[in-house]
Design a protein around this ligand. Structure first.
Ligand code: FES
Length: 247
């Protein structure tokens, strides 16, 4: 292990395996990583999107990806690893072609999220943070996805599947496994987790505007307010000026 690598004091916590040499990070990938770094006044601000791009190439945060980010940004591999192991959207082990997330935070849980997770676990034969042997699916237990008005929600490659039931989830998984076209309940076509990671990195695939930008449940309060002529109370001028000064 070189002096630049991250030595964990919690060896069982799933750090990056630096003995793993498999990678698709080539010159083209490095050029794209440099392109991301060049988008920011402080290049290291690009680290989060760069890590998403590493995942789109390697299906996980690979040691080669960590090294490439560190070299391009002029920081240590330990610093890159520290960021990659802090955020839950970065995977240290290969994710599946389709990454399934099931929200079990309070509102989804009471609306059936726990039963949904159990169903998906049974169907795929894996638990959270695991990937099926054939590499088709990985599974994650999610915290609130800010879609509580559509609870319980399941995510497929970060696209929303709203108002899920175990039966609907099983059908989606069957269709994905069979390679059939699957669409988010909000309209977007499901591609793959790696393609979604490329979009998160900042390379749009042109599909962002597919489907509605806000669903009926999210807009219901606005509609009721418009019908009843309700408005937000206006802020007295003195308070507004104080708030402005605090910014
Ligand atoms: S609790 Fe599941 S989206 Fe908010």
């Amino acid at each position: 292990m070189s002096g630049h690598e991250f030595k964990s004091y919690f060896p069982d916590s799933g750090g990056i395996d630096f003995s793993d040499r498999q990678t698709n990070i080539d010159d083209a990938a490095r050029a794209e990583l440099r392109e991301l770094a060049a988008r920011y006044p402080q290049p290291r601000s690009a680290l989060l999107p760069m890590l998403h791009l590493v995942q789109s190439y390697d299906g996980r945060i690979s040691p080669a990806g960590v090294t490439a980010c560190a070299e391009i940004l002029g920081i240590t591999a330990a610093q890159v690893s520290g960021v990659a192991t802090f955020y839950t959207m970065y995977h240290r082990r290969p994710a599946g072609k389709h990454h399934i997330g099931v929200c079990t935070t309070a509102l989804c849980a009471v609306m059936g999220g726990d039963a949904l997770l159990e169903c998906v676990e049974r169907k795929l034969g894996i638990g959270p943070d695991e990937t099926t042997a054939d590499g088709t699916f990985s599974l994650e237990r999610l915290e609130c996805n800010a879609a509580c008005d559509f609870a319980p929600v399941m995510m497929v490659n970060w696209e929303f599947m709203d108002n899920m039931t175990p039966a609907k989830a099983e059908q989606i998984l069957d269709d994905l496994a069979a390679g059939k076209e699957v669409r988010s309940t909000r309209g977007a076509a499901i591609t793959s987790w790696r393609e979604a990671e490329r979009v998160l990195a900042g390379f749009p695939d042109g599909l962002a505007d597919e489907g509605p930008s806000a669903g009926e449940a999210s807009l219901r309060g606005l509609k009721v307010a418009a019908e009843k002529g309700w408005k937000a109370p206006s802020v007295p001028p003195a308070k507004a000026a104080k708030k402005q000064g605090e910014k």
